[in-house]
Design a protein around this ligand. Structure first.
Ligand code: NAG
Length: 215
């Protein structure tokens, strides 16, 4: 009995320091109150529950294809707490991703969410890379109906490996997963990370760094 209590206490401590998703809600819901967005707390202040209605839990538009006419040939339509205020404190969100033929969703990571992706149309090559020191590249080609998981924090990508458009739906374990696009943070920061730092990190000439930064 005492050992079971100790184990429970241990598990409680572990779970309180290693949450893999947003903290759970202490009420049925806490619809984000747009009038309080200037109050900076971890999350968003709740709207008066008597004033909440169905539209606070609603979004329309994921039937619409995103515009993939851009350099990478993909478009993400996010539906997180910024689009559905009722997602505040619930620890989930969703997105539609459209891919032109051979388009990519470039290497990126979500600092606050694991992702589970399902292919609605087309074929996607997907992959993620584990952390140091292994940096193991785990990759697979997915067909329509296939589902793949990207663990929280790990760098991942998708590529449309077909001649038609591809569409995927991604569900994420945060109301606000965040996106860190590797090329943007390394070569597109404002202000720049010094070229000598990046040249040494990537073991290339500084001119190669200037070339990346110019894009
Ligand atoms: C898609 O984006 C491109 C580039 O920004 C733009 O020229 C084009 O008009 C857009 N197409 C539609 C249908 O909005």
């Amino acid at each position: 009995m005492a050992s079971q209590l100790l184990l429970l206490a241990f598990l409680a401590i572990i779970s309180s320091i290693a949450l893999a998703s947003d903290p759970s809600s202490l009420q049925d819901f806490c619809v984000a109150d747009p009038k309080t967005l200037d109050i900076l707390v971890n999350g968003v202040v709740c709207k008066d529950s008597k004033l909440v209605d169905a539209n606070d839990f609603f979004f329309s538009g994921l039937h619409l294809a995103g515009n993939t006419s851009n350099a990478v040939g993909s478009h993400v339509t996010p539906v997180n707490v910024a689009q559905i205020s009722g997602l505040n404190t619930l620890g989930i969100s969703i997105a539609r991703i459209d891919y032109a033929p051979w388009g990519i969703n470039p290497t990126h990571t979500h600092p606050r969410a694991s992702e589970i992706l399902t292919v609605l149309e087309g074929s996607l090559k997907v992959g993620f890379v584990t952390s140091n020191p292994e940096n193991r590249h785990i990759t697979k080609v997915l067909q329509k109906g296939d589902v793949f998981v990207f663990p929280v924090g790990l760098v991942h990508y998708q590529q449309n490996v077909g001649y038609g458009n591809a569409v995927a739906i991604a569900a994420l374990s945060s109301q606000n997963p965040g996106v860190i696009t590797i090329t943007n943070v390394v070569f597109g920061s404002k202000p720049d990370i010094s070229a000598d730092i990046l040249a040494k990190a990537f073991q290339v000439d500084e001119n190669a760094v200037y070339n990346f930064q110019s894009k």
